[in-house]
Design a protein around this ligand. Structure first.
Ligand code: GAP
Length: 439
């Protein structure tokens, strides 16, 4: 089965509290989205899975969490003020601006007129003012990529992390980035406010080509380990003309999104050379180099950068997990999310809500699980209906307390994917779920 169309997913996300249009009661706001009760759980789980794999499970990467507002000079030095631009043309009749590739046969998509200004470069950074006076001296930018926070903290991390980092080593960060994109859309695929997860992995220049390949394989594996179907992923090396101003090599991990999007970037892995550290060293006067004790050599490390979008990854996890199937002649919608990512890990139901003994035991079972994982108690429908609701949001296990439970304290555990049910003693439930739900 191919990924569902985007409208189907948008509707499921809205209906089930995963993702809502932002500012909806005011008619929404320009391609911005809010994560609801289940979406915010999913987002935490995606970020935790990434953090575990790149920080906790390795001893060569440290994490940081930097500020969104940074010294404006950083964006001059990084090249973003000069180069982070898109060319725009303006319709002389309605004054709307477009990227030249959005305009066919020189006809304005807004008003149909056919006179445009010459293309002008438009910087995609969001500007703001710091302090009470809105003049040029107070201009600051919302960071358009998180990695600059890492480069400017290189020295701090090197001086404070213990044991002292030795090349190759990395610094990881998850955080918000902002881009005043001209073309947004396709749900959360391209928005103006989004989150990134980035590693800057510093190394000796001669090791950069090998580590670049290793990181591509490592990041691809992260997605497939978390359940993304391998045939919907591919690696596409950039052609020279596509490379960003700081990179000598870059490959995108692409996902096959539903048409008309098709194959699009999910994450990029770049060899940024020593561009950023060198530029910041020169401009700040702080030598951001690495002292190699055994050889007594100071060297400018190269950096390999796996850079992904949290929101785009979530979109891919949702699209990939979405399945429709026929069960007893009825449509079943199921999100086959990896259990580590599922917003709710277990839902506990009493077989009958008008039997206080069942209700009490089911609430007790849910309460115990809640000390360890996101688990819920629900008695707002017939069991079959509750199962379907949990299938739709990807809950891997549903637990039912029935009359036998009152006699021997066993409960049924229903598996989301196979729909099989097994009886388990209530006291063994937590161990069983912990075993089946990694992390
Ligand atoms: N530091 C390098 C960098 O920022 P990028 O390819 O521009 O590279 C990295 O961005 C990732 O961030 C992309 O692969 C994508 O997942 C995500 N991303 C970029 N722009 C985005 C946008 N406007 N909306 C949502 N995600 C975006």
């Amino acid at each position: 089965m191919s990924a569902p169309n985007m409208e189907t997913l948008v509707s499921l996300c809205k209906r089930r509290g995963l993702i809502f249009p932002s500012s909806e009661i005011y008619g929404g706001f320009a391609s911005t989205w809010d994560y609801g009760p289940l979406g915010s759980e999913l987002k935490r789980n995606v970020k935790d899975a990434w953090w575990r794999s790149v920080v906790w499970q390795r001893s060569d990467i440290e994490g940081i969490e930097g500020a969104i507002l940074m010294a404006p000079r950083i964006w001059e030095v990084s090249g973003h003020l000069a180069s982070f631009t898109d060319p725009l043309i303006e319709c002389k009749s309605c004054n709307q601006r477009f990227r030249p590739d959005m305009v066919e046969d020189l006809v304005c998509p807004n008003c149909g007129a056919n006179e445009f200004t010459d293309p002008r470069q438009f910087n995609m950074m969001f500007k703001t003012f710091v302090g009470p006076i809105e003049d040029e001296a107070a201009v600051a930018y919302l960071r358009p990529e998180t990695c600059q926070t890492i480069f400017v903290n290189f020295e701090n991390v090197l001086n404070t992390a213990r044991p002292v980092p030795k090349l190759p080593f990395g610094i990881a960060q998850i955080g918000k980035a902002f881009r005043n994109e001209i073309v947004t859309g396709n749900f959360t695929f391209r928005t103006r406010e989004f989150e990134q997860f980035e590693v800057e992995y510093f190394c000796r220049p001669e090791h950069a080509p090998r580590l670049y390949e290793e990181w591509i394989a490592e990041r691809l594996k992260w997605y497939t380990d978390l359940g993304i179907q391998p045939d919907r992923l591919r690696v596409r090396p950039h052609e020279e003309k596509e490379l960003a101003h700081y990179a000598v090599a870059c490959s995108d991990i692409e996902y096959r999104f539903p048409e008309p999007l098709g194959w699009r970037e999910l994450e990029g892995i770049a060899n940024r050379t020593d561009f950023d550290l060198r530029r910041h060293s020169e401009a700040s006067g702080h030598p951001l180099d690495y002292f190699d004790e055994p050889t007594g050599q100071h060297l400018a490390p190269y950096v390999i950068e796996p850079s992904g979008g949290v929101d785009r990854a979530i979109l891919v996890f949702l699209l990939d997990a979405y399945h429709e199937e026929q069960v007893r002649k009825k449509k079943r919608v199921v999100l086959r999310l990896h259990p580590a990512l599922a917003p709710i890990k277990a839902a506990v139901f009493p077989l009958k809500r008008n039997k206080p003994e069942l209700v009490e035991m089911a609430q007790g079972v849910a309460g115990n699980l809640q000390q360890h994982m996101r688990a819920i108690y629900d008695d707002t429908g017939a069991i079959g209906r509750l199962y379907r609701r949990m299938d739709e949001v990807g809950t891997p296990y549903c637990i039912t307390v029935d009359f036998q439970s009152l006699e021997d304290r066993t409960v049924t555990v229903r598996d989301r994917d196979t729909m099989e049910q097994n009886r388990v003693h209530a006291d063994e439930l937590l161990a069983l779920l912990r075993d089946r739900i990694p992390y």
